[in-house]
Design a protein around this ligand. Structure first.
Ligand SMILES: NC(=O)c1ccc[n+]([C@@H]2O[C@H](COP(=O)([O-])OP(=O)(O)OC[C@H]3O[C@@H](n4cnc5c(N)ncnc54)[C@H](O)[C@@H]3O)[C@@H](O)[C@H]2O)c1
Length: 260
């Protein structure tokens, strides 16, 4: 999508959302940067590269606030990227009900609230494309129940909506990142044991960067994917293709690779 249209990105103040905003700005669309925190730094980066951006400080779990923001978009929305997310690293019995609800509220209900306000405006504009940031945690057990459940919900919601939104000229897909440098896991990846285990479990041998995800998002949002809807693109350097071998232990893994 280009001039006279808007690409709406949530979680745009940081990490993957910021990288998506920068990529989508290259299409000529004005990018609407939504975040709980001010997205001024992202706006500056977009403008430095010749793009156009507007920022809105908004909590995606606040239905009324999101309705107001969508009403103020400078141009009709033709792209939506749902990326705002949080994680609380607690196992099932460590989680309080409030913590469980907060993770589901931001990572799943927040996506629903964005959809329920953007979809009608997108349909009125003639259709568009939606990309939801899920996670490989939605495909595999990752250890943190509320996050895994929310991301599994995003994958299911995306499949569910493909047929419903196609009637309105809207495609919807998701991207499932593996480990990516961002605000979400800055502390975790600063731990050398976790960092080297993550790299060791990634066949392509590195941690992902936000732009690795943004390029996949730009593809799914763009004309090259105009026959793609209801699917998920895993962008994880191959992590979930081998993670079970990793879990089985290094020796078993090297035995199988040695013996074929
Ligand atoms: N970084 C990873 O390794 C990784 C892996 C898989 C999936 N993801 C997903 O990618 C998405 C982006 O996260 P990130 O890694 O860039 O982390 P990040 O912390 O850098 O960015 C998340 C952004 O979401 C915003 N946000 C949080 N709650 C919000 C709310 N209620 N309303 C509006 N904005 C809110 C934050 O302020 C922040 O700017 C998330 O959905 C996350 O679950 C990240």
């Amino acid at each position: 999508m280009s001039a006279q249209s808007c690409a709406v990105v949530t979680g745009a103040a940081s990490g993957i959302g910021r990288a998506c905003a920068l990529r989508l700005a290259e299409t000529g669309s004005v990018v609407a940067l939504l975040d709980l925190n001010g997205a001024g730094e992202t706006r500056k980066l977009v403008e430095e590269r010749g793009g156009r951006a507007v920022e809105f400080t908004v909590d995606v779990t606040d239905d009324e606030a999101v309705r107001t923001v969508v009403g103020k978009l400078p141009e009709p929305p033709r792209t939506l990227v749902n990326a705002a997310g949080i994680i609380i690293r607690k196992k099932l019995l460590e989680s309080s009900v409030e913590e469980w609800r907060r993770v589901l509220d931001v990572n799943l209900t927040g996506y629903f609230i964005m959809l329920r306000h953007v979809v009608p405006a997108m349909a009125r504009a003639g259709g568009g494309a939606i990309v939801q940031i899920a996670s490989i945690a939605g495909h595999t057990g990752y250890g943190f129940s509320s996050y895994t459940a929310a991301k599994g919900g995003v994958l299911a919601l995306t499949r569910q909506l493909a047929a419903e939104l196609a009637e309105q000229g809207i495609r919807i897909n998701s991207v499932s990142p593996g480990g990516v440098h961002s605000g979400l896991n800055r502390d975790t990846l600063a731990n050398e044991t976790i960092r080297s285990a993550t790299v060791g479990n990634t066949p392509l041998g590195r941690i992902g960067e936000p732009d690795d995800i943004a390029r996949a998002v730009a593809f799914l949002a763009g004309p090259g994917a105009d026959f793609v809807t209801g699917t998920d693109l895993v962008v994880d350097g191959g992590m979930i293709s081998t993670i079970h071998w990793g879990n089985a232990g290094g020796e078993l893994h090297s035995f199988h690779t040695r013996e074929g």
